[in-house]
Design a protein around this ligand. Structure first.
Ligand code: SF4
Length: 279
């Protein structure tokens, strides 16, 4: 059994929360530059210039990329041979998140759904656990803003609706979202599983690199098809029109009940803030 001290987890998670909110991943920045060069309209080009400048300023000054520092969402892969000592794993991750949001002066956005009273420390962290073989602990953190999360949807299609129904739902969702999720967006699509698994998968899949190719060529083709169709909408960067409404579409498929076709669309704004650590 490998032992990992909860205190180490707290420190690593706090650091991840601060860095995720300050440094955009390299693949996102590279995609901004590529899309800026491809845009022809002055407004779209200018938005990309501002997004790049914003990212540079955040990295230089340590200020957050966006005023909405998001709810802190974690995907955790806990090796079967790992034992966390000192605190429970959930508590350690939550304490690390609270410390990171406090030390990094990050906005605390978590509140009671009825009274709207802020919990004060961004807790509770939203944590999805998986138990995996091995002696490692992998923690991925994403800072998920409210604007893009509000535009996300889940539905239960009938099996007969198939790919045509999936495509229509995803494109309509992005079109209706318009400028609200701060485009250019990244679209995560969970297909199959059941109601809750499709939703979790639609968010989990947003952790993939923007330019990676789905290992199944048939799914890779569907991702390309959706991306091209969404970019024809012309919503453009920040909704001001242009070629780039969407930076990438990522699909995660799971087996489902023979009577169902679960589908979820998670929309990620351009501020695609996530970090990963392996202990
Ligand atoms: S949608 Fe994203 S970029 Fe827009 S305000 Fe929310 S977190 Fe910030």
């Amino acid at each position: 059994m490998r032992k990992i001290a909860a205190s180490d987890i707290i420190e690593k998670v706090a650091d991840m929360c601060i860095k995720a909110n300050r440094d955009l991943p390299a693949d996102v920045l590279a995609k901004f530059r590529k899309c800026q060069a491809e845009e022809t309209g002055p407004a779209a080009k200018e938005i990309f210039r501002q997004l790049l400048e914003n990212a540079e300023l955040a990295a230089e000054t340590g200020l957050p990329l966006c005023q909405d520092c998001g709810l802190a969402v974690f995907f955790v892969e806990l090796g079967e041979q790992v034992r966390v000592e000192g605190l429970g794993l959930r508590q350690a991750i939550n304490e690390g998140m609270v410390k990171g949001y406090k030390d990094g002066y990050l906005r605390k956005s978590s509140c009671d759904p009825f009274s709207r009273k802020n919990t004060g420390d961004n807790s509770p962290a939203i944590i999805h656990f998986d138990i995996v073989p091995g002696d490692k602990l992998k923690i991925t953190m994403m800072a998920k803003g409210g604007g893009s999360e509000n535009m996300s949807r889940a539905t239960m299609l009938t099996p007969a609706q198939g790919w045509k129904g999936i495509k229509e739902f995803v494109i309509t969702r992005v079109a209706e979202a318009g400028p609200n999720p701060c485009p250019p967006v990244i679209v995560g699509v969970g297909i199959g599983g059941n109601f809750e698994l499709a939703a979790v998968n639609s968010k989990r899949v947003l952790m993939r690199e923007l330019d990676d190719l789905h290992p199944d060529p048939a799914i890779a083709k569907l991702e390309d098809e959706l991306l091209a169709a969404i970019n024809k909408l012309g919503v453009g960067p920040m909704g001001l029109g242009g070629k780039t409404t969407c930076l990438a579409v990522k699909i995660l498929v799971a087996p489902c009940h023979l009577a169902s076709l679960p589908l979820a669309v998670n929309i990620q704004c351009h501020s695609a803030r996530h970090k990963e650590v392996v202990l």
